[in-house]
Write a protein that binds this ligand. Structure first.
Ligand SMILES: O=C(O)c1cc(C(=O)O)c2c(n1)C(=O)C(=O)c1cc(C(=O)O)[nH]c1-2
Length: 360
């Protein structure tokens, strides 16, 4: 490909580029290698994938989303300058949110749910392709092991993401009847977050890559990152498009979908019984609400008010006591018949299980 500002050839590598030339060389790397060019993305955006192939993308990319704040925490840990950390920490907040139910990871879970997945299955990361895991983990290792300049430069793929995001959202809304604007809400925020992050990272790299060797390191870091993104799509293409070789432990169409989970529940596995060990699902917490002076059960985007009985029971739900253990303990505390208590708390726990804020 002939680009306006080609990456400097090997014989030129000793020359110090001006900041503008460096930026142009970095942009050229994106123009040649960014994942908008990958055949899997072309199929995704043009409506050429079937629903299961779109599901495979949503599921695998969840792992990328979930690890981005881990990556950013590793970058943050290398920063000795508080003013840098103050800026960078916003990236972690963007993905994790400030409270349960908030943030980019949560929005990606909504996207995965929107294409049919059960939340627990996605969170478990069970069906993720090993190759996705390897690529994403390589990114986390890279930023931990290389210089801060390289770590920051590797995030510069975000310079190119607003274009692909706009194209993706428009293409998917137009081409797939199972995709709604709500499902893709994740991308709305990225359209402002990505340019803000990329501008900062680009300024940093332009200021700190002050020798030919450092400039080459920054370019190599961006190239590496393009490959992190590209190989994830190679893996998806190989497993779910052609030749369609799904590794033994990876997701297969039909697995982890809400319909399937509902069948499991209907088969009786959802009913809490006396010998079961109840626990709060990931993301659900018992909290004391200071403002209202009462206990509540906090679940992603939902809050349940609790009466005193429920608080007494849930305080004993610790992931190791059975329902019977809890009833015996309450029987001692309130000098009451544990069998009667057990019957009552089973009704309560099953009600909470139906609302998906308790599992066993
Ligand atoms: O949708 C995309 O194509 C895309 C690309 C990239 C990227 O270029 O790395 C990121 C994201 N999305 C994204 O949502 C995101 O949060 C993100 C963080 C980073 C990073 O390297 O720190 N890249 C990206």
């Amino acid at each position: 490909m002939t680009a306006a500002f080609p990456t400097p050839a090997a014989d030129e590598t000793q020359r110090l580029l001006s900041p503008e030339e460096l930026e142009a060389a970095l942009r050229d790397i994106g123009a040649r290698r960014y994942h908008n060019l990958h055949p899997f993305h072309r199929l995704l955006h043009d409506g050429k994938l079937n629903k299961d192939q779109v599901r495979a993308w949503a599921l695998n990319r969840y792992y990328y989303q979930a690890m981005i704040p881990v990556k950013d925490a590793a970058v943050l840990a290398r920063m000795t300058d508080a003013s840098l950390r103050r800026v960078w920490r916003q990236r972690i907040v963007d993905h994790d949110g400030d409270h349960p139910g908030d943030g980019g990871i949560e929005r990606w879970l909504k996207l995965a749910e929107g294409v049919g997945f059960g939340r627990e299955y996605v969170l478990s990361t069970k069906g993720i392709l090993s190759a996705t895991r390897f690529s994403v983990d390589a990114y986390v290792h890279f930023v931990s092991e290389r210089s801060l300049l390289e770590a920051i430069a590797s995030s510069l793929t975000e310079m190119f993401s607003p274009t692909i995001i706009s194209e993706r959202v428009a293409g998917m809304l137009k081409n797939y009847d199972f995709i709604t604007k709500d499902t893709l809400a994740y991308f709305d925020k990225r359209l402002t977050q990505a340019p803000r992050d990329a501008d900062f990272a680009l300024d940093y790299v332009k200021q700190h890559a002050t020798t030919p060797a450092l400039q080459r390191q920054a370019m190599a870091a961006l190239t590496f990152k393009c490959n992190v993104l590209w190989t994830q799509l190679d893996a998806l293409y190989f497993a779910y498009v052609a030749p369609g070789m799904v590794p033994p432990d990876a997701w297969r169409p039909g697995e982890g979908l809400v319909a399937e989970l509902a069948v499991t529940r209907a088969a009786g596995t959802g009913k809490v019984e006396a010998g079961d060990v109840p626990r709060l699902p990931r993301g659900v917490r018992l909290r004391f609400d200071e403002t209202r002076q009462k206990h509540v059960l906090l679940a992603p985007e939902r809050t349940f008010d609790l009466d005193d009985n429920a608080v007494a029971v849930l305080s004993l739900v610790d992931g190791s006591r059975t329902v019977t253990d809890i009833a015996v303990k309450l029987g001692e505390t309130y000098a009451a018949d544990p069998k009667l208590i057990e019957a009552d708390i089973l009704v309560m726990l099953n009600d909470l299980a139906t609302k998906r804020v308790l599992e066993r």
